[in-house]
Write a protein that binds this ligand. Structure first.
Ligand code: HSE
Length: 441
């Protein structure tokens, strides 16, 4: 057997501790699977004396993660600190410059600086691996890098944020409002104290930007991802969607189009009879459309110590086997500039919910505005009080607003936005129309 592969683990939160536990538990198996033992060459975290689940005293301690990254005693620097800049970036750069392999779970670092770090790794002939950065335990990155490498991928999409999926699932299953479920998720520790990054869609956008580079061979472009979060999804939308045969999910979608690549994160209607509609709670999923393989859907845990440590150590074991792939699945020098397809050109079906004043001609005027913009309607639901969509304020008094829900045939974002503006300006609706995109699956 060749000499042991020595890891420097920086960041001893849940994932770091589970990674150490995994190596302690399965170390012998690793040696027989890779031909190389895996050992710990040093650890670093903010607080040495913190009470941890395991005894870290056998491991050499480094106050400074950069010193650990440069240590002669390690071959692989495992960065589990987090954050797009600061000490995480400094220590990863130091490790790569020192010719150490890097394994990281840091999606923000990769979404913002992935290409420059990949160039550093290439220059030194070392690995930069990040299976854990996207969808935790789901092997999304290896699937693109290895299993689907023969294909042209035309679309990659998924449920990439467990917090959002938990909230939407609870709203749908228990008929509870967004704020109430978010509060419960925070109390239970599922959602961060400041949940903006998750519910605003930014966490999903970071993961999507990484998948886009891997799938399409373009430079990462986090700043051009179109992002809408789930804050404005109401119980009325969830229940109307259910009534029409859909579920609402926060999807990240990267799609190859004739005018460039769409990268978008937004609440999305998916037909109830699809597998993705059944992905509930904190579970994540990642889907790929490949030109030869067809459609692939991977479902599993997107966060948590065990699943994320499993992904981290799978990258370590690739290095132990001597498998060094280009970080983003394409030679870094071959990555093309990202060409953005404008959101206005997006094509698809749309769900629209209006509160229409109950007066003669209102509905005809709305239908007229849609027709003027070339939008064909697949279905329209307007209900009187007895059969009103649950959760909607449908009174049916003269002049009082009635809920109207429309599903359009395929159209463009530009047409929908123009039609909705015309409808709003005309004054037959009580509030700004609500629109949710429908993903073709
Ligand atoms: N906050 C993320 C989620 C997990 O809710 O899925 C880490 O990426």
């Amino acid at each position: 057997m060749s000499k042991a592969l020595k890891l420097g683990v920086a960041g001893l939160g849940t994932v770091g501790i589970d990674a150490l536990k995994l190596i302690a538990l399965h170390g012998e198996r690793f040696a027989s699977r890779t031909g190389c033992a895996v050992e710990i060459g040093g650890v670093s975290a903010r607080n040495r004396r913190k009470n941890r689940e395991i005894d870290i005293s056998p491991y050499e301690w480094f106050d400074d993660p950069v010193a650990l990254a440069e240590s002669q005693d390690i071959d692989v620097f495992v960065e589990l600190i987090g954050g797009e800049d600061g000490v995480a970036k400094a220590s990863v750069e130091a490790a790569l410059k020192a010719g150490k392999h890097v394994v990281t779970a840091n999606k923000a670092l990769l979404a913002h600086h992935g290409i420059e770090l990949a160039r550093l790794a290439d220059a030194k002939g070392v690995a930069l691996s990040f299976e854990a950065a996207v969808a935790g335990g789901i092997p999304a990155i290896k699937t693109i890098r290895e299993s689907l490498l023969a294909n042209n991928i035309t679309r990659v999409y998924g449920i990439l944020n467990g917090t959002c999926n938990y909230i939407l699932t609870q709203m749908q299953k228990e008929g509870r409002a967004f704020d109430e479920v978010l509060q419960e998720a925070q109390d239970a520790g599922y959602a961060e104290a400041d949940p903006t990054f998750d519910i605003g869609g930014y966490d999903t956008a970071h993961k999507l930007a990484i998948l886009t580079t891997l799938a399409f061979g373009v430079e990462t472009s986090i700043d051009t991802v179109y992002v809408e979060g789930i804050e404005s999804i109401s119980l009325a939308d969830i229940e109307a969607a259910d009534d029409l045969g859909y579920r609402i999910k926060l999807l990240g979608v990267a799609l190859l189009t004739e005018s460039g690549i769409e990268q978008r994160v937004h609440p999305t209607m998916v037909p109830k009879n699809t597998a993705i509609a059944e992905v509930d709670g904190v579970t994540n999923c990642v889907a790929f459309d490949g030109n030869f393989v067809g459609d692939i859907l991977l479902i599993g845990p997107g966060a948590g110590g065990g699943p994320t440590a499993s992904a981290v150590i799978s990258d370590v074991l690739d290095i132990a086997k001597g498998r060094i792939s280009p970080p983003f699945a394409w030679r870094t020098e071959d990555l093309k500039p990202y060409e953005r397809a404008r959101m206005r050109s997006h094509e698809g079906g749309y769900y629209i919910r209006l509160k229409v004043f109950d007066r003669t001609g209102a509905f005809a005027a709305i239908a007229g505005r849609m027709a003027e913009h070339g939008i064909s309607l697949e279905s329209i639901v307007q209900r009187r009080p007895a059969a009103a969509l649950p959760g909607l304020d449908a009174r049916g008094d003269d002049g009082a607003p009635l809920p109207v829900v429309m599903i359009t045939h395929e159209t463009t974002e530009a047409a929908i936005r123009a039609a909705l503006k015309a409808i709003e300006d005309e004054g037959n609706v009580q509030e700004r129309p609500r629109m949710i995109r429908i993903e073709k699956l």
